[in-house]
Design a protein around this ligand. Sequence first.
Ligand code: 5GP
Length: 203
Amino acid sequence: MPPPAGILFIITAPSGAGKTSLVRALISRDPSLTLSVSHTTRPPRPGEIDGEHYHFVTPERFTAMVQADAFLEWAEVHGNCYGTARANVESTLASGRDLLLEIDWQGAQQVRAKHPAVGIFILPPSFSELEARLRRRATETPETIQRRLFNARRELEHVDEFEYAIINDSFDRALSELHAIVQAERCRTVRQRQRHPLAFQTP
Ligand code: 5GP
Protein backbone atom coordinates (compact mmCIF):
# COMPACT_ATOMS: atom_id res chain seq x y z
CA MET A 1 0.00 0.00 0.00
CA PRO A 2 1.35 3.48 -0.81
CA PRO A 3 2.02 5.74 2.19
CA PRO A 4 -0.75 8.22 3.06
CA ALA A 5 -0.28 11.48 1.20
CA GLY A 6 1.75 14.19 2.91
CA ILE A 7 0.21 17.44 4.11
CA LEU A 8 0.47 20.50 1.89
CA PHE A 9 1.24 23.68 3.85
CA ILE A 10 1.04 27.09 2.22
CA ILE A 11 2.94 29.92 3.87
CA THR A 12 2.18 33.42 2.71
CA ALA A 13 3.37 36.80 3.97
CA PRO A 14 4.03 40.30 2.75
CA SER A 15 7.61 40.83 1.67
CA GLY A 16 9.69 41.71 4.75
CA ALA A 17 7.47 39.90 7.27
CA GLY A 18 10.33 37.48 7.95
CA LYS A 19 8.77 34.48 6.24
CA THR A 20 11.90 33.13 4.56
CA SER A 21 14.00 33.08 7.77
CA LEU A 22 11.14 31.47 9.68
CA VAL A 23 10.63 28.80 7.05
CA ARG A 24 14.34 27.97 6.94
CA ALA A 25 14.46 27.68 10.73
CA LEU A 26 11.34 25.50 10.68
CA ILE A 27 12.91 23.10 8.16
CA SER A 28 16.05 22.72 10.25
CA ARG A 29 13.94 22.11 13.36
CA ASP A 30 11.74 19.61 11.50
CA PRO A 31 13.71 17.98 8.67
CA SER A 32 10.77 15.74 7.77
CA LEU A 33 9.31 18.82 6.03
CA THR A 34 10.23 19.48 2.42
CA LEU A 35 10.40 23.01 1.04
CA SER A 36 9.24 23.43 -2.54
CA VAL A 37 11.72 25.32 -4.72
CA SER A 38 9.83 27.69 -7.01
CA HIS A 39 10.73 28.83 -10.50
CA THR A 40 11.16 32.56 -11.01
CA THR A 41 12.14 35.05 -13.68
CA ARG A 42 13.57 37.35 -10.96
CA PRO A 43 17.36 37.67 -11.10
CA PRO A 44 19.19 36.05 -8.15
CA ARG A 45 20.04 38.26 -5.17
CA PRO A 46 23.63 38.10 -3.89
CA GLY A 47 24.13 34.75 -2.18
CA GLU A 48 21.11 33.07 -3.76
CA ILE A 49 21.87 29.71 -5.35
CA ASP A 50 20.10 28.31 -8.41
CA GLY A 51 18.16 25.17 -7.51
CA GLU A 52 18.34 25.92 -3.79
CA HIS A 53 16.56 29.25 -3.26
CA TYR A 54 14.80 29.25 -6.62
CA HIS A 55 15.12 27.76 -10.06
CA PHE A 56 16.11 30.95 -11.89
CA VAL A 57 14.76 30.83 -15.43
CA THR A 58 14.37 33.19 -18.38
CA PRO A 59 10.95 34.67 -19.17
CA GLU A 60 10.94 32.50 -22.32
CA ARG A 61 11.50 29.31 -20.35
CA PHE A 62 8.84 30.34 -17.83
CA THR A 63 6.31 30.97 -20.61
CA ALA A 64 7.11 27.59 -22.16
CA MET A 65 6.45 25.91 -18.80
CA VAL A 66 3.12 27.77 -18.45
CA GLN A 67 2.13 26.62 -21.93
CA ALA A 68 3.12 23.03 -21.10
CA ASP A 69 0.87 23.23 -17.98
CA ALA A 70 3.91 22.44 -15.84
CA PHE A 71 2.85 24.71 -12.96
CA LEU A 72 0.39 23.86 -10.20
CA GLU A 73 0.12 27.61 -9.77
CA TRP A 74 1.95 30.68 -10.98
CA ALA A 75 1.60 34.43 -10.56
CA GLU A 76 3.22 37.73 -11.32
CA VAL A 77 4.56 39.21 -8.10
CA HIS A 78 6.42 42.53 -7.85
CA GLY A 79 6.88 42.53 -11.65
CA ASN A 80 8.42 39.05 -11.92
CA CYS A 81 6.86 35.64 -12.53
CA TYR A 82 6.94 32.92 -9.87
CA GLY A 83 5.55 29.40 -10.13
CA THR A 84 5.38 26.03 -8.38
CA ALA A 85 6.20 23.05 -10.61
CA ARG A 86 3.38 20.54 -10.47
CA ALA A 87 5.51 17.36 -10.77
CA ASN A 88 7.56 18.02 -7.66
CA VAL A 89 4.50 18.72 -5.50
CA GLU A 90 2.74 15.57 -6.61
CA SER A 91 5.73 13.28 -6.16
CA THR A 92 6.63 14.68 -2.71
CA LEU A 93 3.08 14.37 -1.36
CA ALA A 94 2.65 10.91 -2.89
CA SER A 95 5.79 9.74 -1.09
CA GLY A 96 4.11 10.72 2.20
CA ARG A 97 6.31 13.73 2.91
CA ASP A 98 4.77 16.99 4.10
CA LEU A 99 5.49 19.87 1.74
CA LEU A 100 5.75 23.62 2.32
CA LEU A 101 4.93 26.12 -0.39
CA GLU A 102 6.20 29.64 0.20
CA ILE A 103 3.97 31.51 -2.23
CA ASP A 104 1.87 34.68 -2.49
CA TRP A 105 -1.91 35.00 -1.98
CA GLN A 106 -2.68 34.60 -5.70
CA GLY A 107 -0.81 31.30 -5.82
CA ALA A 108 -2.43 30.22 -2.54
CA GLN A 109 -5.89 30.73 -4.07
CA GLN A 110 -4.95 28.69 -7.15
CA VAL A 111 -3.52 25.80 -5.13
CA ARG A 112 -6.49 25.68 -2.77
CA ALA A 113 -8.89 25.48 -5.72
CA LYS A 114 -7.18 22.22 -6.75
CA HIS A 115 -5.77 20.63 -3.63
CA PRO A 116 -6.53 20.46 0.11
CA ALA A 117 -3.97 22.58 1.93
CA VAL A 118 -3.31 24.24 5.27
CA GLY A 119 -2.86 28.00 4.89
CA ILE A 120 -0.62 29.95 7.26
CA PHE A 121 -0.25 33.73 6.98
CA ILE A 122 2.68 35.51 8.61
CA LEU A 123 2.10 39.11 9.63
CA PRO A 124 4.67 41.72 10.57
CA PRO A 125 3.97 43.36 13.96
CA SER A 126 2.97 46.58 12.18
CA PHE A 127 3.12 48.23 8.81
CA SER A 128 5.82 50.68 9.91
CA GLU A 129 7.98 47.78 11.11
CA LEU A 130 7.51 46.11 7.73
CA GLU A 131 8.74 49.27 6.00
CA ALA A 132 11.76 49.47 8.32
CA ARG A 133 12.66 45.82 7.64
CA LEU A 134 12.47 46.30 3.89
CA ARG A 135 14.76 49.34 4.12
CA ARG A 136 17.23 47.45 6.34
CA ARG A 137 17.40 44.63 3.83
CA ALA A 138 19.34 46.97 1.49
CA THR A 139 19.17 44.60 -1.45
CA GLU A 140 16.22 46.51 -2.94
CA THR A 141 16.04 49.83 -4.78
CA PRO A 142 13.70 52.56 -3.42
CA GLU A 143 11.27 51.80 -6.28
CA THR A 144 11.25 48.10 -5.43
CA ILE A 145 10.63 48.92 -1.76
CA GLN A 146 7.68 51.15 -2.71
CA ARG A 147 6.25 48.42 -4.92
CA ARG A 148 6.66 45.79 -2.18
CA LEU A 149 4.93 48.06 0.36
CA PHE A 150 2.04 48.67 -2.02
CA ASN A 151 1.74 44.91 -2.60
CA ALA A 152 1.96 44.23 1.15
CA ARG A 153 -1.27 46.21 1.65
CA ARG A 154 -2.98 44.06 -0.97
CA GLU A 155 -1.53 40.87 0.49
CA LEU A 156 -2.86 41.73 3.96
CA GLU A 157 -6.39 42.00 2.54
CA HIS A 158 -6.29 38.21 2.04
CA VAL A 159 -5.32 37.15 5.54
CA ASP A 160 -8.82 35.78 6.28
CA GLU A 161 -8.43 33.20 3.51
CA PHE A 162 -5.85 31.40 5.70
CA GLU A 163 -6.58 29.05 8.60
CA TYR A 164 -3.73 30.36 10.72
CA ALA A 165 -2.13 33.75 11.32
CA ILE A 166 1.23 34.24 13.01
CA ILE A 167 2.47 37.63 14.20
CA ASN A 168 6.22 37.78 13.73
CA ASP A 169 7.13 40.19 16.52
CA SER A 170 9.43 37.69 18.23
CA PHE A 171 11.28 35.27 15.96
CA ASP A 172 11.46 32.47 18.53
CA ARG A 173 7.80 32.65 19.42
CA ALA A 174 6.73 32.84 15.77
CA LEU A 175 8.90 29.80 15.02
CA SER A 176 7.38 27.84 17.92
CA GLU A 177 3.88 28.73 16.74
CA LEU A 178 4.68 27.71 13.19
CA HIS A 179 6.03 24.37 14.37
CA ALA A 180 3.04 23.88 16.67
CA ILE A 181 0.67 24.33 13.73
CA VAL A 182 2.56 21.73 11.68
CA GLN A 183 2.50 19.28 14.58
CA ALA A 184 -1.18 19.89 15.34
CA GLU A 185 -2.13 19.30 11.71
CA ARG A 186 -0.24 16.00 11.78
CA CYS A 187 -2.23 14.98 14.87
CA ARG A 188 -5.64 15.43 13.26
CA THR A 189 -7.50 12.18 13.84
CA VAL A 190 -8.18 11.63 10.16
CA ARG A 191 -4.45 11.80 9.42
CA GLN A 192 -3.36 9.75 12.44
CA ARG A 193 -5.80 7.05 11.36
CA GLN A 194 -4.09 6.87 7.98
CA ARG A 195 -0.55 7.00 9.31
CA HIS A 196 -0.99 4.69 12.29
CA PRO A 197 -3.82 2.26 11.42
CA LEU A 198 -2.71 -0.26 14.07
CA ALA A 199 -3.25 2.25 16.87
CA PHE A 200 -6.92 2.49 15.92
CA GLN A 201 -7.59 -1.25 15.82
CA THR A 202 -9.35 -2.86 18.74
CA PRO A 203 -8.51 -6.50 19.51
P1 5GP B 1 11.06 37.20 -3.36
O1 5GP B 1 11.34 37.88 -4.67
O2 5GP B 1 11.18 38.18 -2.20
O3 5GP B 1 11.87 35.96 -3.17
O4 5GP B 1 9.55 36.71 -3.38
C1 5GP B 1 8.55 37.63 -3.68
C2 5GP B 1 7.19 37.01 -3.48
O5 5GP B 1 6.97 35.94 -4.39
C3 5GP B 1 6.95 36.45 -2.10
O6 5GP B 1 5.69 36.93 -1.64
C4 5GP B 1 6.87 34.97 -2.33
O7 5GP B 1 5.99 34.34 -1.43
C5 5GP B 1 6.31 34.91 -3.73
N1 5GP B 1 6.61 33.64 -4.36
C6 5GP B 1 7.77 32.93 -4.31
N2 5GP B 1 7.66 31.79 -5.00
C7 5GP B 1 6.40 31.76 -5.49
C8 5GP B 1 5.66 30.82 -6.29
O8 5GP B 1 6.14 29.77 -6.69
N3 5GP B 1 4.39 31.16 -6.60
C9 5GP B 1 3.79 32.32 -6.17
N4 5GP B 1 2.52 32.53 -6.52
N5 5GP B 1 4.45 33.21 -5.43
C10 5GP B 1 5.73 32.94 -5.09
